[in-house]
Design a protein around this ligand. Structure first.
Ligand code: G3I
Length: 348
């Protein structure tokens, strides 16, 4: 039986996963390491390359886990998606509190960001295939105000110009890495009110950056979907990819998972209730994967964790509880989504 990575290779498509370094190193959980190596040709650190992980105390770096991921990828002949250089979440406490209490000025903050990007990208120069340079910079229609805008810590303190700066700094530190803007809720185009379409907003941003000569190479579409929202539309997903590639950009699905609400009493294994969810989840994985396979600019398809045993979803969505978002169940048995992905890779 062929692995996802082997089947992906036939199309020149990398099949990737996010990796939790603590689990990868857990001798009591060997299956995780085996599957991370055998099924995937690309890896992303789920948390280990985020700023709070790398520099928990100002000026003292904790490279251990990130270095281990890089070594693991090398051992297993895998590419790496670097995640993430600039994001408003998982920033070190010293940075956010310094800004809040005024001890870090705007000028210093900008210099700190430049230093962070330069330090991290230089350390892994030549080893990272795609860097998520800027992550989730754009608001959603459900935010306040509902008109789409640049949101979060960095826009608030530095203004939206930080985006162009970040790409330039990253390029200077590793000219060969592909530099991505990464976000969620940009998987489809034409699905809602055009004036408030996040895909369109990100497209306009990318077009502007390209026009200014900013070194951006790709758009990462995260792909955190949920079966309660129904099935994504193949044509709308293809349209979103095509919009971005029309700007001369590569694309990638970077964090795919398809969660379900776990109504009371429903547990994995209760086939009558579970099957429709497994089916709906698989269908959405398949819509994204097929759109990627049909578009030569789509370079990789990464799942955000591959087993329900270790997924961010249950910890994040508790009211109502959600889960069952990945392609293997809690016992590392492949789910319908896994088989459907294989079928897509075989028949594409
Ligand atoms: O490391 C501590 C541990 O020491 C402590 O005991 C434990 C108790 O809560 O928390 C651990 O930290 C958690 C960390 O994951 C590592 O497991 C944090 O609480 C938790 O908030 C953090 O969640 C991560 C989340 O980003 C936070 O922003 C998820 O694992 C990670 O999957 C998720 O990933 C993001 C992408 O980077 C960007 N796109 C969205 C995606 C999903 O939110």
């Amino acid at each position: 039986e062929q692995s996802l990575r082997t089947l992906g290779q036939r199309h020149g498509l990398h099949i990737g996963t996010a990796v939790d370094l603590a689990v990868l190193n857990d001798p009591a959980d060997p299956r995780y390491r085996q599957l991370a190596a055998s099924e995937f040709s690309s890896v992303t650190a789920e948390n280990a390359m985020k700023w709070e992980s790398l520099e928990p105390t100002r000026g003292s770096y904790n490279w251990g886990p990130a270095d281990e991921l890089v070594a693991f990828a090398r051992q297993n002949n895998q590419s790496i998606r670097g995640h993430v250089l600039v994001w408003h979440n998982q920033l070190p406490g010293w940075l956010t509190s310094g800004v809040a209490d005024g001890s870090i000025s705007k000028e210093e903050l900008r210099a700190l960001l430049k230093k962070h990007i330069t330090t991290v990208v230089s350390r892994y120069k030549g080893k990272i295939w795609q860097w998520d340079v800027v992550n989730e910079a754009v608001s959603d229609p459900w935010d306040n105000p509902p008109t789409l805008h640049y949101k979060g810590f960095w826009a608030q303190h530095l203004g939206p110009g930080y985006i162009a700066d970040a790409f330039r700094w990253a390029r200077a530190a590793d000219p060969k890495a592909l530099l991505f803007y990464n976000d969620y809720n940009i998987e489809a185009f034409g699905s809602g009110d055009p004036a408030n379409d996040k895909t369109q907003f990100v497209y306009d941003m990318a077009r502007q950056l390209r026009a200014e000569g900013v070194p951006i190479d790709g758009i990462g579409s995260q792909g955190h979907l949920g079966t309660q929202y129904g099935n994504y539309d193949t044509l709308q997903v293809a349209a979103a990819l095509k919009k971005f590639s029309g700007l001369g950009l590569a694309t990638a699905f970077t964090e795919v998972d398809v969660r379900s609400q776990l109504t009371e009493g429903v547990q994995a294994g209760d086939s009558a209730e579970i099957n429709p969810r497994l089916q709906a989840s698989a269908a959405n994985f398949s819509v994204l994967l097929r759109a990627c396979l049909a578009d030569r600019h789509c370079l990789s398809f990464t799942v955000w964790g591959f087993t329900d045993k270790h997924s961010w979803v249950p910890g994040w969505f508790s009211d109502p509880p959600e889960g069952m978002a990945t392609i293997y169940d809690e016992n590392y048995l492949p789910k319908r989504a896994y088989h459907e992905m294989k079928a897509d890779l075989i028949y594409a």
